[in-house]
Design a protein around this ligand. Structure first.
Ligand code: GLU
Ligand code: ZN
Length: 297
């Protein structure tokens, strides 16, 4: 298949650390409709980067669940566990640009200090930046001192700005245990797969500035972003594996698809619940209005 450079390409990128829950379904639906409503492609990427956290059979379970919900992805499924060479190559590029350094700080030693916190969490105080450590068994950090303000315009939430050096600080791109950082992998994979419209949960809104910064350092093509409101549980916490969100089930696919579309503000009629999952999605793509998604975070 030849792909024109202007073809909209979206993706869904679940982490196989357990079954899909309702929050992930809403993201899948939104990214699918956004791409398919523009006659685009919708790719699937399994983010099995953090091998120790991967739950056996979880990726296959996710694929079967998506099929049962009527999703059709384009092309081959990409697995991050097959992409380590590309991540290593990018690290070498950053290294030769003088942007990486080894860091020996443990989480524990950092936690015992008086640290500053930014929108992405702890801001690393730069202890190891000038130390020129060269033990290969240390983590690798990105030196963000030369970084300036990174802006982007979210399709849904509008403009967003972060000062990478002061709000984020030097981040780990390869952990001490050899695991590549999500921030590195996501940027490389989206560019490599030709993804140009990324739809994902608003918990990743701030981090997008960092992704665009890394993207720029690696001289890659940048995508557009559309973040969607997070689905919360009755205690107001984001639905996630950590907050014990129950898995979605194929037996309830129609009902859960309709519920997702309603939460996304889409014009859905209740009789749609008697259609097959594929038909519900097809209807949703035909009537999709990104502007109708609620603006709450
Ligand atoms: N793998 C991430 C998750 O499951 C999604 C990352 C992204 O969409 O950029 O939360
Ligand atoms: Zn350090």
């Amino acid at each position: 298949m030849t792909v024109s450079s202007t073809e909209v390409t979206g993706r869904f990128a679940p982490t196989p650390s357990g079954p899909l829950h309702f929050g992930s379904l809403v993201t899948a639906v939104a990214s699918y409709c956004q791409a398919k409503s523009q006659n685009g492609r919708w790719l699937l990427r399994i983010e099995d980067l953090d091998t120790p956290r991967v739950v056996k059979d979880s990726a296959d379970n996710i694929l079967r669940t998506l099929e049962g919900f009527g999703f059709n992805w384009d092309g081959q499924v990409v697995y991050q566990s097959q992409r380590f060479e590309a991540y290593e190559e990018a690290l070498q590029q950053l290294q030769s640009d003088g942007l990486l350094y080894r860091c020996q700080c443990s989480r524990k030693s950092l936690m015992s200090q008086d640290l500053q916190y930014g929108p992405l969490g702890m801001i690393y105080p730069g202890h190891c930046r000038g130390l020129h450590l060269n033990n290969k068994n240390l983590s690798l950090r990105l030196d963000t001192e030369p970084a300036k303000t990174q802006r982007f315009n979210d399709i849904h939430y509008g403009p967003y700005t972060l000062n990478i050096s002061t709000d984020v600080g030097d981040i780990v791109l390869k952990r001490i245990d050899g695991v590549y950082a999500y921030h590195l992998a996501v940027v490389l994979d989206d560019a490599w797969q030709g993804v140009n419209q990324i739809v994902r949960g608003a918990d990743l809104l701030e981090v997008t500035c960092l992704h665009l910064y890394i993207n720029r350092l690696l001289k890659l093509e940048a995508a557009q972003y559309l973040h969607i409101p997070l689905i919360k549980n009755s205690e107001g916490k984001k639905l996630s594996k950590q907050t014990g969100a129950p898995p979605i089930s194929i037996e309830r696919a129609r009902e859960q698809l309709v519920q997702s579309l309603k939460l996304l503000g889409q014009p859905i009629t209740d009789d749609l619940i008697s259609a097959r999952p594929e038909q519900i999605l097809e209807y949703a793509c035909r009537h999709w209005q990104a502007a109708a998604i609620p603006k709450i975070r």
